[in-house]
Design a protein around this ligand. Structure first.
Ligand code: SF4
Length: 696
């Protein structure tokens, strides 16, 4: 029998709405969901979920370590045995050292209810996710300036008239709904300016592309603020009503002229002045995009604050073509319950220093980079157990050997994943999760639906191929064993959805027709005169942040020019390609592996020539005695101080035979960068590598 199932893609964090064609219990084809605005597309990774489903090189049943950590020796276990093994050790850790000795991390996003509820229910405050190497600085910057999380706002691309991207590769680091609406914007005549250290597909599709010297984006933004204020290009009504600190920022940016910035950035002063004027003419339908994967430099926090300042000056908030605050389901009369909403927040000291050592950082996403320090030094207290849920610190954070040394000290390391992750390979127990096509999760608010709030969920399309389970079942079973099962009031996904929607007038069947519950297609915009809800202490945009002042942290810092790498050395910049999600999630999927199986080192042609390197040569890339061989790809369209490689290659898990040993791991080159910059990010792009020609 043929049927269509509406669900949510989980092949990357884009979480696009999908329509899955199922014939006689088998997935036949995967499309974008045609009923959801902007959701009609599905990228190659989403379509490859079918190949993931049929992949036999993923965990097929629970495994318990049967040798040294990382030895790859496992014994198959029943689910009950694995649950008991984990619960026994969690109980011991809790009794001896307190619940806070237990950590849990995941990839973040709106589908994290089960694990966060479990951790809060057992009494630990120590939830964190992957954002230390992703969006922490932009998130914390926006919290300080507007009081909103990065993902509490979104962008009205379709109506935007002028957008400036700083290293945001919107057409390659794909979120299809976003890429599609940016295409719509361009088709409607909206202009796009791309600033990056390297040519990429987004640059190719932009109206203007500028190669910038790495580490100088802050100089560019300061010069733009300077020029916009000097030439009265800002929105005075919005600034007078909603912005605090205008005079201070005006004084602060006086020295940062376009002519000064030209010497720093390499972008001509006349072009900087042109951007300021074009944005001023298009305002308020302007987006200075604050970026996504923003773990770049130590000054990243100030760069992101400066970008949000540009948006504030343009009056871009809560206007068509600008930035809008995501509206809540309650604003369209949509009521639903969440698991995490039943539990008060755990108010214990965190392991990572958020709230203590780092009082200005949000505890929403935490600081994964603090793991080795906290575990090895028992600072601020002993850490004994760590559950890793679809997150892979050993493949995503710098210095994995130090991380392994810390993990070796744990009494329990558990990986819950659809893949054999590097962290999973080093863990004590692997609990295999069903893929999104094989399970139903909880109801959640679809991200990117902030103007017309609506609910959706991951919905099972086919039965699990192996002895795998959904995370809702896994965390309920663990919660039962830990004596906190009352926080998981269901015996099946259908019961959970019924509990969530009780009293709302909707049921799980309400998702059948379109995949979403959307009471109204009418867009909600707050009144720009009196209705915008900024969650800062003043209720306004605070260019000079009262929260930062309270903690004696400056709201802006003077620009410092980044040192030029020595001859033969370069800044290592990394990014993604459209067919892979952070490498490891998708690298071993046959059809995607065939398209892109290993990374290369992009180099500036002239710089390469000076080192005797030709296109296709093998080069050695090294840092502090660690060296790897990689193929060189030469291009004129990359800044001479930069080399570039795709993130996520160099897989070390032998069971993943298609991706094992292919390419070079960027994180192994990012030595000594397991640091916390002021914005809570790891300053990954401060990695400088030496490059020389070598034998293949
Ligand atoms: S961008 Fe692609 S992989 Fe990511 S959620 Fe959307 S369809 Fe899935």
């Amino acid at each position: 029998m043929k049927k269509f199932v509406y669900t949510t893609c989980e092949m990357c964090t884009g979480r696009c709405p999908l329509m899955v064609e199922v014939l006689d219990g088998e997935v036949k084809h995967i499309w974008g969901n045609p009923h959801v605005q902007g959701g009609q597309q599905c990228c190659p990774r989403g379509a490859a979920a079918k190949a993931l489903l049929s992949d036999n090189e993923r965990p097929q049943h629970p495994l318990i370590r049967d040798g040294e950590r990382g030895s790859g020796k496992w014994r198959q276990a029943s689910w009950d045995e694995a649950y008991d093994y984990i619960a026994d050790r969690l109980k011991t850790a809790k009794e001896k050292y307190g619940a806070k000795s237990i950590l849990l991390s995941d990839r973040g996003g709106p589908m994290t209810e089960f694990e966060r509820t479990f951790l809060a229910a057992i009494g630990s405050p120590n939830y964190f996710n992957h954002h230390a190497t992703c969006s922490n600085s932009v998130h914390n910057a926006h919290m300080s300036i507007a009081g909103h999380a990065r993902n509490s706002v979104d962008y009205d691309y379709e109506n935007c008239k002028y957008m400036v991207l700083f290293g945001r590769n919107i057409y390659e680091s794909i979120k299809t709904t976003e890429a599609k609406t940016v295409m719509d914007m361009q088709e409607a005549g909206g202009k796009m300016v791309c600033v990056d250290v390297r040519w990429n597909y987004t640059a190719a599709k932009s109206d203007k592309f500028f190669i910038i010297r790495p580490g100088t984006d802050y100089a560019l933004t300061l010069a733009l603020i300077h020029q916009i204020i000097k030439d009265n290009l800002y929105d005075p009504d919005f600034v007078n009503r909603w912005v605090l600190g205008f005079d201070e920022i005006k004084r602060f940016t006086i020295p940062y002229t376009p002519e000064w910035a030209e010497k720093e950035t390499g972008i001509p002063a006349k072009e900087i002045i042109r951007i300021a004027h074009e944005a001023g003419e298009a305002k308020p339908a302007v987006i200075f995009h604050p970026g996504w994967m923003t773990s770049w430099f130590s000054n990243d926090y100030y760069l992101r604050r400066a970008i949000y300042t540009l948006n504030a000056l343009m009056g871009s908030y809560e206007t068509k073509g600008g930035i809008y605050i995501n509206k809540k389901p309650g604003e369209v009369g949509l009521k639903y319950r969440t698991l995490i909403g039943q539990i008060p927040k755990v108010k214990e000291e965190r392991f990572d220093g958020v709230g203590t050592k780092f009082p200005h950082l949000s505890d929403q996403w935490g600081l994964a980079q603090m793991l080795p320090h906290a575990i090895l030094n028992e600072d601020p207290y002993p850490i004994k157990a760590y559950i890793v849920m679809r997150h892979d610190p050993l493949a995503s954070l710098p210095d994995p050997d130090l991380m392994k040394k810390a993990f070796a000290k744990l009494d329990l390391l558990v990986s819950i994943d659809i893949n054999y992750s590097e962290t999973g390979w080093f863990s004590d127990v692997i609990l295999p999760e069903s893929t999104f096509l094989e399970r139903t999760d909880h109801v959640y608010v679809r991200s990117g639906s902030g103007l017309t709030p609506h609910l959706t969920l991951i919905r099972q399309a086919v039965k699990p191929r192996f002895d795998t389970k959904g995370r809702g079942e896994i965390f309920k079973a663990l919660a039962d064993r830990m004596g906190v099962g009352q926080f998981f009031p269901y015996n099946s996904p259908e019961e959970l959805v019924a509990w969530q929607l009780e009293g709302s007038g909707y049921t799980i069947e309400s998702f059948d027709a379109t995949g979403v519950i959307e009471p109204s297609k009418e867009q909600i915009w707050y009144d720009r005169k009196d209705g915008i809800k900024f969650n800062t202490p003043s209720g306004k945009i605070e260019l000079i942040s009262s929260m930062l002042e309270k903690h004696n942290i400056p709201s802006f810092i003077p620009y410092e020019s980044p040192p030029k790498p020595a001859e033969g050395s370069f800044r290592l910049v990394t990014s993604k390609v459209a067919v892979h999600t952070q490498g490891r999630t998708t690298a071993n999927i046959g059809i995607l592996n065939e398209l892109y199986s290993e990374n290369h080192l992009w180099m500036n042609t002239e710089e390469a020539r000076k080192l005797g390197i030709s296109d296709g040569d093998t080069v050695e890339v090294s840092v502090e005695g660690y060296a790897k061989k990689i193929g060189a790809k030469l291009t004129d369209h990359i800044h001479p101080e930069v080399v570039f490689m795709l993130h996520g290659f160099g897989d070390t898990v032998p069971l993943r035979t298609k991706s094992f040993g292919k390419g070079v791991s960027d994180i192994r080159l990012q030595r000594g960068l397991l640091k916390t910059a002021v914005g809570g990010n790891c300053p990954l792009t401060e990695c400088v590598v030496a490059v020389k020609k070598t034998a293949a």
